[in-house]
Unconditional design. Sequence first.
Length: 135
Amino acid sequence: MNGKRYALAALAVFVCMMTTGFVVHGTLLGPDYKALGPLMRGQDDQAAHFLSMVLAHVAMALGIAWIYAKGVEAKPWLAQGLRFGLAFWLVGSVGVYLIYFAVQPLPSGLVTKQIVYGLAESLLMGMVVAAVYRK
């Protein structure tokens, strides 16, 4: 594995995930989360735990870039990125949010939005990592 390309891919995925996470969860879903009241952390409490968010995204970016690097094929990069993003969405959004829905009192409308927005996030992330690894 090419260390420089891997590091660049991980950095690009990290930036993509942090940016889309802010747009989706901080902006688009913000009112939905606020309506949950004490089930979610308030802004000050979230800020106090921001390092955990950064570390989670670093870990995911490293893992995503690693998995992609190990499975990349000599095929068109965009199709590979979209396929990879779709697979990640099934594991990282559909599976996770349905489990949350099963164990937490979340509104079905919120979970649906999380899954749908997660598809856009995952496809974009797949395109970003594939773009770094394209030949």
